[in-house]
Write a protein that binds this ligand. Sequence first.
Ligand code: LCS
Length: 394
Amino acid sequence: MIKDAKFGTLLIHAGQKPDALNAVIPPIYQTSTFTFKDAQNGADCFAGESDGYIYTRLGNPTVRVLEDAMAALEGGFGGIATSSGMAAVTTVYLAFLSAGSHIVSTDAVYGASRSVLEKHFSRFGVESSFVDTSDLALVESALRPNTKLLYIETPANPTMAITDIAACARLCADKGIKLVVDNTFCSPYLQQPLALGADAVLHSITKFINGHADVVGGVIVTKTESDHKLLYNIMTSMGPNMDPHQAFLVIRGLKTLGIRMERAMANAVKIAQWLEQHPAVAWIKYPGLPSHPQFALAQQQQEGPGAMICFGLKGGFEAGKKLMDNVTVAALAVSLGGVETLIQHPASMTHAKVSAEAKLRAGITDDLVRYSVGIEDVSDLIADLENALSHVSQ
Ligand code: LCS
């Protein structure tokens, strides 16, 4: 590959090395284990003195292609692919938190990223605080002497609140606090947290990176070699590794990230503008609309507003239910970031396990409907919404 290749070229080529047969596409090494040349080579591999593959939990050539591609796209030292986005989230928690330590997290974070801390990490003596990280004063006042991790999701799922990554990095500097960003909603095509000062970035690869709603997976990219070693050690010993076939599908999906994102985003801008003026719509949050509370920050921090929209109807939850029951192009399903448009109700679905009080404080109101814009013809998506909204009394 040429030196200083641009993002679109990296999407197609990064991480790929010619194999023995010069296949254009990386082969699927669907094997659990690898033969050593001799006993000494086996010992050398285990001692780290030879870089041959050993066993797929510890590393696999197909998975490595994806890890190297993601490291190149996020501008980090190395990537660690995991079996799910939640496996990536928990690997980060395991790496940077211990008994007696404290994490500050975005309050409107993906439901399981919160509940795993409240229900499980708490059993091991980890304290957690959830604040609106789009308000830096709240972040600063939540930090304690034992805070080890500031974990931000931006834009947040599902409220679309945007957090200033560079400002958070400045807050963490010299305090021994790691800054980790969940970049699932933007993907590296729109936002590069490591360049803004984060220590690590993670994804639910299930979403925009794979983009075709046929894989669950995750990835973490660290800025430094030492953090990569720490996370790699946890991943290989605890085993939330990605399977080679999973990696193969994601490598295929990743190649079109740029063109998928451009089309979905163009659709999203038109749909958000259309929704904003619809008489049944009470409010809408989309980073591409000047009405978004962090519109200026979104323009500065992101390369584009993305393809996720949340809104509420004047008729509240009952109206939202009617809307979801009457769409026919958009599918009523959780997940996001695929080529197909999805609609869902976070309060009763993705964030159902978050307490009612916490949801309310985080702005995950009962009327909030989340819409993940796909790459269908936008006129069909708007006609679909128009028809579904005609069933809603205002
Ligand atoms: N981070 C974010 C921002 C997410 O949206 C999700 C999943 C995860 C992490 C976890 O990734 P997974 O293990 O599912 O690959 N979000 C989902 C959602 O909004 N609907 O269904 C899953």
